[in-house]
Design a protein around this ligand. Structure first.
Ligand code: NAD
Length: 505
């Protein structure tokens, strides 16, 4: 994958409503500047949808839901259109990948080879569900016929984060569309553009205009208006636990709407001395905290290691950290992503600083990374973006800030244990329960951890998902409610009507 010049990529601003771009700048509507994480350059702005604009988008979606035939067409027809949509996304990988890389933390090589194809495959996965679940016939006495009929909700309000703009949005829209709903999606105000292209491609594939809409804006104005709109029947959200709680309250106060919430995490990686192939384990552990510079909900941010292995594992992790090359997301060789924004980098710095102040030891990293110049021909020399070196902190306790708080950066803490019981106790976080990794050769022990861990996902001798979309993702405790992916996410976009017919009349 070649580098590209970010100044040569143009973006379409505005909202995407009813199958077309709506500039939305009328009547002095507020706008927000959008900066490139890699160099801090403001490259565009987006309008902030106010109550009127949100209403326009939702009304459009509602009319399309009722009149376009999307919900009523033969489900195999819907599947065919969605498969075509997936094909168009895949064919657009280079343009879409560049658009994703331009304004997010996703390096172009990864965006083109993983984010875009993974998005396309997720759409295909849900297309295949469209005609697989229509409801059930119940066992009743002979004089009655009892059924449950699966029906779409209507208009789904979807709100997405910035860390994987296309993939996170596709996990919301694909099951919603396959189930026959219309969607109004609000991307993060920091990464607003790639999903506009996604919505355009949906229309090109034959998804009726108005079934997939995108509105731009911040959370406090646009997100809140969307969630509260009376014609939004269900809300699906991915983002921080704090925002998720605010959205849940807004849903409760605006019509007791159902919610799916995919929230924050502080996931442990537990390594026993018998774990096979220590070099591979070290690579897995390092990869799980440096991928996307740790800006991953399931980042494996707490390393718990059996005491005898702590030193050799830490050394290997340090060597892998040193291999990573920070750089612009548009440079072909970048292997360490920028931090999304300067305030977020400052937050990482201050959490590390306070943790060191409370007695932790800095084993590796702990400083801003020098990303050097850009190889793209972009205007700047040294990059002014925010980069942070992969960091390992030791001598921490369960109370250390970097162990307790979701840092959302490449910061790994290391704690040691002597017994299985101690490892399990350390692994349980008081609030979060998103994911966990267990690395051991002992099957019985692995399964005891699978049973014992309070986490929505447990990986054994690996860390991170595959493209087995049937395996859902979602959190226990304050890491979320409901699931993305899997059959569960499809069912969560349907409501079930019970019918009982008396056959004696
Ligand atoms: P965030 O909560 O700040 O914002 C997420 C989205 O919510 C944005 O689009 C934002 O504009 C919107 N928003 C903010 N306030 C709102 C409000 N009051 N009403 C409606 N919408 C509002 O999160 P972020 O910083 O974009 O993303 C990082 C967080 O997302 C991390 O905590 C991470 O763990 C989490 N995340 C979770 C998963 C998962 O699957 N569990 C996946 C990715 C990210």
């Amino acid at each position: 994958m070649d580098s590209f010049n970010p100044d040569e990529v143009t973006v379409r601003s505005g909202h995407f409503i009813g199958g077309e771009y709506v500039e939305g700048g009328e009547h002095g509507a507020r706008r927000m500047e959008v900066a490139r994480p890699s160099d801090g350059v403001v490259y565009a702005s987006v309008p902030v949808a106010d109550a009127n604009m949100v209403d326009r988008a939702v009304e459009n979606a509602w009319q399309a839901f009722r009149t376009s035939g999307w919900a009523r067409m033969a489900p195999r027809e819907r599947a065919k259109i969605l498969r075509r949509f997936a094909d168009l996304v895949e064919a657009d990988a280079l343009a879409l990948g560049r658009l994703e890389a331009l304004g997010s933390t996703r390096p172009v090589a990864q965006a083109v080879s993983w984010d875009v194809p993974f998005t396309a495959e997720g759409i295909r996965f849900y297309a295949e569900f469209a005609d697989k679940l229509g409801g059930d016939v119940a066992a009743t006495d002979h004089d009655h016929l009892g059924m449950t009929i699966a029906e779409p909700y209507g208009v789904i309000g979807a709100i997405a984060p910035w860390n994987f703009p296309l993939v996170m949005a596709s996990w919301k829209i694909a099951p919603a569309l396959a189930a026959g709903n219309a969607v109004v999606l609000k991307p993060s105000e920091m990464t607003p553009f790639s999903v506009l292209r996604l919505a355009e491609l949906a229309v090109q594939a034959g998804v009726p205009a108005g079934i997939f809409n995108v509105i731009q804006g911040d959370g406090r104005t646009t997100g809140d208006e969307l969630v509260r709109h009376p014609k939004i029947s269900k809300v699906t959200f991915t983002g921080s636990t704090r925002t998720g709680a605010a959205i849940m309250a807004a849903c409760a106060n605006s019509g007791t709407k159902p919610v799916t919430l995919e929230l924050g995490g502080k996931s442990p990686q537990i390594v026993f001395a018998d774990a096979p192939r220590l070099d591979d384990v070290a690579r897995r552990i390092a990869g799980a905290i440096t991928g996307n510079a740790g800006q991953v909900c399931v980042a494996g941010s707490r390393l718990l290691v059996e005491r005898s292995l702590a030193e050799p594992l830490a050394e290997r992790i340090g060597r892998i950290f040193a291999e990573l090359k920070p750089g612009a997301t548009w440079a072909a060789g970048t292997t360490l992503s920028p931090i999304i924004s300067e305030p977020q980098a400052a937050r990482i710095e201050s959490i590390v600083g306070r943790t060191l102040g409370s007695g932790a030891t800095l084993r590796y990293g702990g400083v801003r990374a020098d990303a050097g110049g850009s190889s793209s021909g972009a205007a700047s020399g040294a990059l002014a973006g925010a980069f942070y070196t992969p960091t390992l902190l030791t001598d921490v306790t369960a109370d250390s800030e970097a162990v307790r708080e979701e840092v959302f950066g490449p910061v790994l803490t290391l704690q040691t244990f002597d017994t299985e019981e101690e490892a399990l106790a350390l692994a349980q976080h008081p609030e979060y329960g998103l994911a966990a990794g267990v690395h051991t050769a002992d099957l019985g022990r692995a399964l005891r951890f699978v049973r014992g861990l309070e986490a929505g996902t447990v990986w054994v001798n690996r860390y991170g998902r595959t493209s087995d979309f049937m395996i859902p993702t979602g959190g226990y405790k304050r890491s979320g409610i409901g699931k993305d992916l899997g059959r569960q996410a499809y069912e969560a976009n349907l409501r079930f009507k019970s019918v009982l017919i008396d056959l004696r009349q």
